[in-house]
Design a binder for this molecule. Structure first.
Ligand code: G6P
Ligand code: MN
Length: 445
């Protein structure tokens, strides 16, 4: 079985390859094709993978190419893990928004809109090529903003594209742990959009254990989201939000903390990874050891400003690495081998959330098997959550319209309608700032 990874020179690729190396079962991936625009990044990552594979019998064969059509032809699965504009682009997404006094973040608010506007045209082109060159392939989308990008691709690939994120699983795991429940025995009632969802219940043998957590301030204070949002707010909500909702519920505090920070997350990673790729080409260093060190530092500092601002403390050591690769591998196994399972994924709504149309991509538990991912029926969201989900989906639709028509007017509308952008004037200045910063937005007229 052949797996093609777009963004194959990316820093997280060794996590995926490591997961593949652990898979010994029949029908596993035997061939990995890395595609990237940058040959130097491909060389660096290929060196890491070669060290990972050393001594592993029948390790999946790795090839690398900068030709997209060649990479897609013959693929059974395609992981799309691209970052249009690179980490330098991410740093600009954050900087321009913070300079306007609104949230500058990779996927949420103005920064996420700018990233979406850059990415949708590229992802759409990829989807069209997959439909032509590998019509039977399944596309697993890692590319952020994952919900929006999955929806853009689904317009050409239908249900053959499935978006993934590690945060819902991580959240479910942390809640299960504080409740003393085995995560694999818990049914996590979670729904929303990517980076905009809520755990409303956690059932073990049919019994909802979440009320026990919400009623116990000491338990609530003993895990990351409990400290991040505070026990009182969680009790008021009656649900545990995805960590990304911190940007909505504590927006001012985060914007201030980010403005005060010495560097944005994107700028930190841009500099850190430039160092990694420069050094990983040196034949005298172990590319794998270098990658491991860089990764540990990256994970130890993940969302650290938010946690610091909220007094939430560090993420537990054994809870680092969200596990994108584990979700992706479980999904691929379920489809390729018909191993039925349930995973929280980004798929088309159908009739799951009645306030959204059938083609809107949402994040929801899905039954997965040989015929793909099917959202399970969930309880309706409360009004406050429905309001946010509808507002952000409307913004995503404006981003898609702006990308399709190359329209500045639609792009300004996307910024202006976002709940975290408080003025149409600011929205106009944001688009001006982003078009000045990103050559990839020159298509907007
Ligand atoms: C989580 C989210 C991803 C996001 C990443 C950012 O894993 O689910 O969507 O890209 O965090 O982490 P970073 O280390 O790049 O700041
Ligand atoms: Mn994510």
């Amino acid at each position: 079985m052949r797996l093609t990874i777009l963004g194959g020179g990316g820093f997280r690729v060794p996590l995926v390859y490591g997961a593949l190396l652990g898979d010994r079962a029949e029908g596993r991936v035997t061939e990995v094709v890395l595609h990237d625009l940058d040959p130097a990044r491909l060389t660096a990552v290929t060196r890491v993978l070669a060290e990972q594979a050393a001594g592993v019998p029948d390790a999946p064969r790795v090839t690398a190419t900068t030709d997209l059509d060649e990479a897609l032809t013959g693929a059974d699965f395609v992981f799309s893990a691209i970052r249009v504009g690179g980490l330098a682009g991410r740093a600009e997404d954050e900087r321009v928004a913070l300079a306007e006094g609104v949230l500058g973040q990779e996927t949420v608010g103005a920064g996420g809109i700018a990233y979406g506007l850059r990415t949708v045209p590229v992802a759409t082109d990829i989807a069209r090529r997959v439909a032509r060159l590998a019509p039977d392939a399944w596309v697993i989308n890692f590319t952020n903003p994952a919900g929006l990008v999955t929806e853009a691709m689904s317009r050409h690939l239908g249900d053959r594209v499935i978006g993934i994120c590690d945060t819902p699983v991580g959240l479910g795991r942390r809640i299960a742990r504080v409740l003393g429940v085995r995560p694999d025995q818990a049914w996590i009632d979670y729904v929303g959009l990517n980076h905009l969802g809520w755990v409303r219940g956690l059932r073990v043998a049919g019994r909802d254990e979440l009320p026990r957590l919400l009623a116990d301030p000491a338990l609530l204070g003993s895990f990351e989201e409990g400290r991040l949002f505070g026990p009182d707010w969680l009790r008021a909500l009656g649900a545990i939000p995805n960590e990304y909702l911190h940007y909505y519920y504590f927006n001012r505090e985060t914007v201030r903390a980010y403005q005060r920070a010495e560097r944005t997350r994107g700028a930190f990673l841009r500099d850190q990874q430039a160092g990694f790729y420069a050094a990983a080409g040196d034949p005298d260093v172990s590319a794998l050891a270098l990658w491991e060190r860089t990764r540990a530092e990256r994970e130890a500092t993940y969302m650290s400003e938010n946690r610091e601002a909220a007094g939430a403390g560090e993420r537990d050591d054994d809870d680092l690495s969200g596990g994108y690769e584990k979700v992706a591998l479980a999904l691929m196994r379920a489809i390729a081998r018909g191993e039925r399972t349930t995973l929280i994924l980004n798929v088309r709504n159908r009739h799951t959330l009645p306030v959204l149309d059938a083609d809107a991509v949402i994040e929801v538990p899905c039954l997965v098997g040989a015929d793909g991912a099917h959202p399970v029926a969930v309880d309706p969201l409360p009004g406050h959550a429905t309001g946010l989900v509808c507002a952000v989906k409307a913004v995503e639709r404006e981003v898609l319209a702006a990308a399709d028509a190359g329209s500045r007017e639609r792009a300004v509308t996307a910024f202006a309608l976002h709940p975290l952008v408080d003025s149409v004037t600011v929205a106009r200045r944001l688009l001006d700032g982003y078009t000045a910063a990103h050559p990839g937005l020159a298509y907007l007229r």
